[in-house]
Design a binder for this molecule. Sequence first.
Ligand code: ATP
Length: 734
Amino acid sequence: MYLKALEISGFKSFAKKATLNFNSPISAIVGPNGSGKSNVAEGFRFVLGEQSIKAMRGKRGEDLIFNGGGEGARVNRAGVKVVFDNSKRTFTIDFDEVAIERVVHRDNSNEYFINGSPVRLKDIVELLSGAHIGASGHHIISQGEADRILNANIRERREMIEDALGLKMYQYKKIESQRKLEKTEENMKSVESLRREIAPHLKFLKKQVEKVEKVQELREELRSLYKIYFKREETYIKSERSRIDFEKNPLNKELSQLDKEITEARNTLENSKNRDAKSNELIELESALHKIRLEKDAIMRELGKIEGEISAGQKTISKEKEKQARDEFKTVYLKDVEEVVNKIDLLQTIDEIKNLLFGFISSHKDKVDSSLIGEIENDLQNLRNKKSDFEKSLKTFDENERSNTLEYNTLREKIEREKDSNRDAEKNVFRIIARQNEVRGVLNGIKTREDKLIFEEESFKREMQEAYSIVGREAVDYADLVISEEAQNLQFDRIKAIEKIKIRIEDSGAGNSIDILKEYKEVEDRDAFLAKELSDLEGSKTNLHALIADLDARIDIEFKEGILKINVQFNNYFSLMFGGGTAGLSVIREKRRKKKSDTDIAAALEGEDAYEEEEGEEGIDISVNLPRKKVKGLMMLSGGERALTSIALLFAISSVNPPPFIILDETDAALDEANSRKYGDMISSLSNYSQLILITHNRETMSRAGVLYGVTMGGDGASKLLSIQFEEAVKVAK
Ligand code: ATP
């Protein structure tokens, strides 16, 4: 015995708390119509989690709460508690007693408790289904519902039987698995759609990454090419620079020397302009000298003349002197003679005349006539003086001539010399210009090379910057590179290769590689995650399919086995009830008429049937053969026969898979006395497997019960419960 008690308070007509103890395999609840007996059965439904208010004859949750008919006070909550014995651990919780409680409030809210602890409805459903007490209530047969199974369609019957066979658990599991499967398939679809969504992007990114990888390879190649290129370029530039400097420096030096020289030469030539002045000076000197000479010649001539005159004078003097020395040539001047004659006057004697004459003679004999000589001498002296003057001025002229000649010669020499140096300067200027041109030519050549070198240096620097920006610092980290000699054109080939690679990198159109790689990684990870998710889902899908197939197989096997077992019992109960005959369940598949497809309809127009039969759902058919009657089929049964067949089937089902308790609300209402007895017998045998709570007006049924409860309703509209004896019960029931 599992069911111990039911406590009802505020539920429907039970205003006050009423407790029913079920300490007998069969308990009966009796009482007059409308006293509240069925409310007890509904109390069971309620506490076991029934969610259909309609199944409990209400519209709203509030209808389940005692609403204070008559003098009874209205209550705000309805609560029902059912207590089970769990010493055999029928319920999978570790308590010897399990009390399940449900409370509904006027605001329609529900509370559930297991052993006083608030729980969810789901927890209760699970706990009960584990003990084969389904919420569908196959073990609670409400009033007038006994032949529900006969009225139901084949699929509903199947469900009822599955529930009764305890296959609902599997069904729940199956439904849950199917739901999971649906969810899984939905998830798979959304994952697949997500993957499909990201696939083009991933593909694009993959291509980008391939590009990036290609570009990375190219960069690597470029980097090593650059290093060699730069090393060589730098070496070349350095050596070319020093070569140029080596060639240029002496030439520049020479050029500046030549500049100096040409300046000098030009200065020299510039100075030659003064030559005319010098020539004039020379001419002047020359004419001065000429004048001096002319004057000197004149003086010389004068001197010659003077000397001639002097010599002539001297000769005259000496001749005079000679002549005077000779008497005959003595000259007596007439006046002297006249004087002497004048002195010889008459009165003088001869002697005196003689003396006078003698004196005259002697004075004239010794007397030299110096007047001429003196005159000449005087002239001579004058001449000599003149000569001396001339000689003096000649001397001056001589000196002048000498100095002038010296000056002239010096100037002349100077002019000559200058002429020479001008010629040299001229020659030099030509030579220097020629050399300058030559040097400049060479320097121009060097300049061209230098310009080229500067250009090369600039492009080298530019290239380095570019290299740095394209492939990073490593590209310009070539200092330690060791290179050997090679042909210059290889370097040219190298830069061509570099250019090609640069173009390829540029053409690759690969964007920011870090971002792309990062994004690709992210998207790839996401795709991988989704793929993993998908395979996980695929796995769970497979598992669920397997589980569902397994459940289906189990349900199918257990269902069919159950049907076989039920059939045996059904046949037994049926023939017991009807004193013979046969009854049985069979699994059938529904046949449905389905409209044919268009093409088939076309065929149908040619006379064929436009409908075709389709396999429907699997369900349960009931076949009955009453004894001594030819009537077959449920439709042909009378009300009582239907009730008996229903009861036989219910009992058969219950005996195959006995629930812990069965509540039968006036299932026996339609039975006559004979059948009531048979019903009573069946109850007795059924109570061996399940605890029975019977709501009945039937005396026979009451007689089978170990415990009897009487329900009455007072003026306050509230049901009252009392434990009674059989005799009382019979009275109460009436
Ligand atoms: P019968 O023998 O005719 O089947 P019964 O004993 O099974 O009758 P029930 O159907 O259980 O009687 O009880 C019906 C009674 O319960 C009615 O009188 C009804 O007024 C009363 N009832 C139902 N709901 C409530 C409620 N919420 N508050 C008060 N009374 C209620």
